[in-house]
Design a binder for this molecule. Sequence first.
Ligand SMILES: C[S@@+](CC[C@H](N)C(=O)[O-])C[C@H]1O[C@@H](n2cnc3c(N)ncnc32)[C@H](O)[C@@H]1O
Length: 428
Amino acid sequence: MRIDILTLFPDTVNAVLHESIIGRAAKKGIVDIHCVQIRDYTENRQNQVDDYPYGGGFGCVMMAQPLKSCLEHVIAQAGEKRRRVIYMSPQGQPYNQETAKRLNRDYDHLVLVCGHYEGVDERFIEACVDEEISLGDFVLTGGEIAAMAVADSVCRLVPGVLADEQCYTGESHWDGLLEYPQYTRPEEWEGRRVPEILLNGDHARVERWRRKQQLLRTRAKRPDLFARFTPADPEDRKLLNEIEKEAGRRQITEPVTYRTAEESDLPAILAIVEDARASLKKHGVDQWQGPYPAAEHFLADMERGECFVVLHGEEISAFFTLSTREEPDYDAITDGKWTEGMRFCVLHRGAVAAAWRSSGMAEALMRCVEEQARAFGLRCIRTDTHKKNKAMQRLLRDSGYRYRGNVLVGAEPGHDPARQAYEKILKK
Ligand SMILES: C[S@@+](CC[C@H](N)C(=O)[O-])C[C@H]1O[C@@H](n2cnc3c(N)ncnc32)[C@H](O)[C@@H]1O
């Protein structure tokens, strides 16, 4: 790709485009960028490039002759090529990634003409320009910044400029969506953690999470783009359905906190248990399908200071029971083992109110559990779940828990006691 930028300020443009990634690509000869001084092509003794506008008015207009002579020179130098002469203008079509793709795909020589002052003589545009491009609906002093933006965005699509095609095909605007959020080390910065799903090494799930984030943030930040997005991929359609369903749910708009539960919280806790019972039944999970857990269990938990309510503002949105007592059912683990030599607490019961499902509240609950484990002075949390409770298993894995084996839990007489055992060791 050869790019000639016709400008009154070649040093400024050169300085920018010969830096960093594009500069290195130019050094390697992958792209060929020239900044040409329009003033060198004047035919008057003062090297004057502009003059007063006919009809009066403010400022000066760039004359057609130096522009045309300059253009003819670069065309002669570049020779036979698939060429496009582009005038950078606030009156052109607004620039976007689709235009960058088209320019990279259809041409191998771009001539970018930068106006200044009040603009250029209209007859030059009529006679020599193939297309006008605007950087946006605002007015710049000159076309240089716009030309640099076009040159940079086209060059990074030229094979070999970036390390891999995926460097740009995964980015914002490539397929009409914005990119997913990015994180780097450390895992925790100023109390904000990297989403757990990015740490567990499950690439398929990371990919799905990222695609969903692309859809979610495009919908939130650029509803105009989202409205134009038509999903071709069945997986995208599934994700959009999921998002649609979740949209009806509550949104976390305040910090989620928790406190020790009191007897007066019991009705709210039992209402959440009823929600969870119905949801487990719907998903064919033989858990909480009898009287357990009942008021007596929560009152006993409260008595021991082991029952907690999770709050959004003042509203109870979830609860959990975290116990530091011995758990004899966990002693006989099969098909695996617990981490040895660590004092641990057990997450016995926990659920999120139906209105808060799929809102991020379950993840917030798991963070509260960790905070309370630390408050107990413990770094190991153990829990168990029914083998059919896929949602809980997913939540545990996404929250950094590891599957450790199988246990038999006798809390619910008359129900299948087989449970999958999970454990999380908190970082120091
Ligand atoms: C001050 S502007 C002239 C604006 C012109 N009088 C008008 O109102 O349309 C000077 C030069 O800056 C460049 N320019 C200004 N705004 C631009 C934009 N949004 N996109 C691309 N180039 C722009 C053009 O090359 C233009 O000739």
